[in-house]
Design a protein around this ligand. Structure first.
Ligand code: GLN
Length: 475
């Protein structure tokens, strides 16, 4: 048999269901592999394989183990969200999506490293050290779901959960050469996800291929009484099977695919990908998202504003770190937050608090909300003419560790192509389309709300045509 670590999650699930693979053996193989994690992708790994479930019916995910971004609460298991302020925090409950996947037969293998509170694009904002990119250990894996992306790309996990607020699933998927899906806002429960920006945060799969993304996503969706913004997904998630793209109209927004910000090597891979889509029968036309160039500016008001409010709960009183020097309550708050938060988180709290303060609220927050609406309208108009909008996922390939840490604005530009979809609440996927300088390049495909089945189908057809080989990163 081929090495069990080489099986995709779907192949492993099929092998277990056929009685050819023992799920405990599968779990142990990944545990052993995880113990040799040279990327710092994991912040916690399970001690032992879960006791075999004596279920009457085999679970649909058949015991294929799951790596989970550390900001998902997992009962009794450290859930630190990349932050010092939550060091050692073991929640008394498990996030809805993780619990649901567990019930579907995907046991928790490990928690993955991430940028602190999901703020970042390189995983260098983690209090638990940076993660390395399996394609080149001197480079970043992207962020903020960098540990999840690196783990899947390196074969440390069959599949993983991440979250995306402005690009944190899609950009690390692109930089690590794997598939990452950001669902429609509301498709997946946020209950038990440690919050960054609640109107944008969405959980999604990071997987080796599109089929695995569909399989995992199928067991993530649904309305949850514990999250009032969650919705029933209108249809069952199907495993993709499309071979052609006949009749599919792809819109290429000039604003997100041209210009100096996007590296020449990335543009080349993107153009080759468009040519392949055309060979599969798709029509390709330029389109316009006129407000998309303002998406980052709006995002960097709205996301910090929501974050400043969400992070007010870390005060040393309820849980997590407490720095108490017997100098009174306010000093305790101040020292706790001073010691517990890293510099990027502090920067966002400052920006967000300022943007929400009386006298500035309308000028910043109110204005950014108006821009957000304009961006959503741009997509609505575009989808009258096109089935999908396609762009490069990230403007560059994986960059060197330390290369952008001194320049937050350069770091923020990583999400130039992904933030517009987040603000519009629409689904988007990144699939690996090729390499530039030996490093993976992602192709982003976005569709209207709840078009995930169609997105997965089109991505599947493209995936076969791109023929991307990710095995190099697993050696
Ligand atoms: N990189 C973006 C940020 O730092 C997006 C992060 C995310 O999607 N969680 O906010």
């Amino acid at each position: 048999m081929t090495d069990i670590l080489d099986l995709t999650a779907k192949q492993a699930a099929d092998a277990v269901a056929a009685g050819e693979l023992d799920p405990t053996e599968l779990f142990e193989a990944y545990r052993t592999r995880a113990a040799a994690d040279e990327l710092n992708a994991y912040t916690w790994v399970a001690d032992e394989a879960p006791a075999a479930a004596a279920a009457a019916q085999p679970a649909p995910l058949a015991g294929v183990p799951l790596a989970v971004k550390d900001l998902f609460c997992t009962e009794g298991v450290p859930s630190q969200a990349g932050s010092r302020i939550l060091e050692g925090y073991r929640p008394p409950y498990t996030a809805t999506v993780v619990a649901g996947l567990h019930r579907a037969g995907a046991p928790l293998l490990a928690k993955t490293n991430q940028d602190e509170f999901a703020m970042g694009s390189s995983n260098e904002n983690s209090a638990y050290g940076p993660v390395r990119n399996p394609w080149d250990h001197d480079r970043v894996p992207g962020g903020s779901s960098g540990g999840s992306a690196a783990a899947v790309a390196a074969g440390l996990a069959p599949w993983a959960l991440g979250t995306d607020t402005g690009g944190s699933i899609r950009q690390p998927a692109a930089l690590c050469g794997i598939v990452g899906l950001k669902p429609t806002y509301g498709a997946v429960s946020r209950y038990g996800m440690i919050a960054f920006a609640s109107s944008l945060d969405q959980a999604g799969p990071l997987t080796r291929d599109v089929t695995d993304a569909a399989l995992l996503f199928r067991h993530m969706v649904g309305r949850d009484a514990c999250d009032s913004t969650s919705l029933e997904f209108p249809e069952e998630i199907r495993l993709p099977s499309a071979e052609r793209l006949d009749g599919i109209r792809l819109g290429v927004p000039a604003e997100l695919s041209e210009g100096g910000g996007i590296e020449a090597g990335v543009r080349e891979v993107f153009q080759r990908a468009l040519a392949k889509a055309e060979e599969l029968g798709a029509s390709i036309e330029e389109c316009s998202l006129p407000h998309a160039p303002h998406a980052l500016s709006a995002y960097y008001v709205l996301a910090p504003a929501e974050a400043s409010s969400n992070l007010a709960r870390y005060d040393g009183v309820r849980y997590g770190l407490r720095h108490d020097a017997d100098e009174g309550l306010v000093a305790m708050y101040t020292h706790t937050r001073h010691d517990g938060f890293g510099p990027e988180v502090k920067r966002r709290i400052l920006i967000g608090t300022y943007a929400l303060s009386s006298g500035y609220y309308e000028a910043y927050y109110g204005r950014a909300q108006q821009v957000r609406t304009k961006i959503a309208e741009d997509f609505t108009h575009a989808f009258e003419r096109f089935d999908f909008i396609v762009t490069p996922t990230a403007p560059t390939v994986a960059f060197k560790l330390g290369e952008k840490t001194a320049d937050p604005l350069a770091m923020y530009l990583n999400d130039y192509c992904t933030v517009p979809m987040s603000l519009a609440g629409i689904p988007a996927i990144s699939i690996p389309a090729g390499v530039s300088d030996g490093l993976p390049v992602g192709f982003q495909l976005a569709g209207p709300a709840f078009s995930e089945n169609r997105i997965l189908d089109a991505s599947y057809a493209l995936e076969q045509a791109f023929g991307f080989d990710g095995s190099k990163a697993r050696r």
